[in-house]
Write a protein that binds this ligand. Structure first.
Ligand SMILES: [Zn+2]
Ligand SMILES: [Zn+2]
Length: 182
């Protein structure tokens, strides 16, 4: 059934809709679909953990908190598969139908449908900001050899022996020469 409808994460807000400044702590875990971001694919290896406080402000409901999930992805430099934890900020504003006019134009607001709000758009936005465009399996990943594909973090490949014949050898001499002059 979830295949047809857009993914939602609906929370019942009945408990706070009548009392100003009332809050609900939303703490729940849910399964997350793999996330595609450009050429990068992030496959969840844990349930996503949501920790959000909902506050009724009179005009609507403000959601504020975090969502965290462990994902498996490939290093953008050496293509090693590795796991990382992603923590996104979840910020949302939800208004009753018809009160959008009171919401500042630059502020994006979702509607409260019935007595529910859908936290999924805010969660997706949080992940989109938190996920790296070029994840590295380690900050000092050495990358891989463009000639043979060897993972240079695991050691040099034999291509380096041919360095003297590569165009970079010339460059190396120039750099060394400059160092000697100074
Ligand atoms: Zn790497
Ligand atoms: Zn190589």
């Amino acid at each position: 059934m979830a295949d047809v409808a857009p993914r939602e994460l609906r929370v019942d807000v009945t408990g706070i809709l009548d009392e100003l400044a009332d809050t609900i702590d939303v703490e729940l875990e849910f399964a997350l679909e793999p996330i595609e971001l450009g050429p990068q694919r992030f496959v969840p290896t844990s349930e996503a953990e949501l920790n959000v406080v909902l506050t009724y402000t009179g005009t609507g409901i403000v959601a504020s908190g975090t969502v965290a999930v462990d994902v498996s992805t490939t290093c953008a430099r050496c293509l090693t598969e590795f796991e990382m934890t992603v923590v996104g900020d979840v910020q949302g504003l939800y208004v009753r139908p018809g009160v959008e006019a009171e919401v500042p134009e630059e502020q994006e607001a979702e509607e409260i449908t019935g007595r529910h709000i859908d936290l999924m758009p805010a969660i997706s936005a949080g992940f989109a900001l938190a996920l790296p465009f070029a994840p590295l399996h380690s900050p000092d990943c050495a990358g891989m050899c463009v000639t043979c594909g060897q993972d240079l973090s695991e050691g040099a490949c034999s291509c380096e022996e041919d360095l003297s014949r590569s165009p970079f050898a010339v460059l190396k001499d120039v750099v060394t020469g400059e160092e000697n002059n100074s």
